[in-house]
Design a binder for this molecule. Structure first.
Ligand code: IMP
Ligand code: MG
Length: 190
């Protein structure tokens, strides 16, 4: 698998993350939401999002695993580390990197509902609505994309490419030299 074309450039991501943070700051202005970030894919999104929030908030991280290796889908979601902080009576915003089949989110929403969260909303940088297998509400969406496998800005393929500051498509095609050298250049600049 190789890096293909850039799907969302870095400046567009930054602009959209700022907008999402402003929207959340408005919607939660009288509250102190608990943002729960899904590791590892949402770690960069979370870091950029909270730095643009203008309201008091708390953060927490949770690791769930659904993808066994690389691109293969698996609907068996497992909790890898348990949520430490209390959830009861909190206004939760789940911060996700990408919503694909929806199984991961469904699992987490059910678990948080059981723990008596006061409210639960979902904020995802990317949404692939065409691949949805279970119905989950995504209240704040950065970008809707078609059913591609993408990497970068926290998202990986076998732990690679998380550090890209843009989103790119992963393809089976050989890298065309032009695109590949551009991507290398942009990594080298960071
Ligand atoms: P879901 O349970 O199918 O919605 O899976 C969501 C998780 O699968 C995401 O949080 C990612 O970790 C991973 N995932 C789904 N699509 C992609 C993709 O295009 N690139 C990288 N990871 C993906
Ligand atoms: Mg992954």
């Amino acid at each position: 698998m190789n890096l293909g074309r850039v799907v969302i450039p870095a400046d567009e991501i930054q602009k959209r993350v700022k907008e999402l943070a402003e929207e959340i700051s408005r919607d939660y202005r009288d509250k102190k939401p608990l943002l729960i970030s899904l590791l590892k894919g949402a770690f960069i999104f979370m870091a950029d999002l909270v730095r643009n929030l203008s309201i008091p908030h708390e953060i927490e991280f949770i690791t769930l695993s659904s993808y066994t290796n690389g691109v293969q889908r698996n609907s068996n979601v497992k909790v890898v580390n348990a949520l430490k902080g209390a959830v009861r009576n909190k206004d939760i915003i789940i911060i996700d990197g990408i919503v694909d089949t929806g199984h991961t989110l469904k699992y987490l929403i059910d678990a948080l509902t059981e723990r008596n969260a006061r409210s639960i909303k979902v904020c995802a940088l990317l949404d692939k609505p065409a691949s949805r297998e279970v119905d989950v509400p995504v209240h704040y969406v950065g970008f809707k994309i078609s059913d591609l496998f993408v990497v970068g800005y926290g998202l990986d393929f076998r732990e690679k490419y998380r550090n890209l500051n843009y989103i790119a498509e992963l393809t089976e095609k050989e890298n065309d030299n032009n695109n590949s050298s551009k991507i290398q250049e942009s990594i080298a600049k960071k």
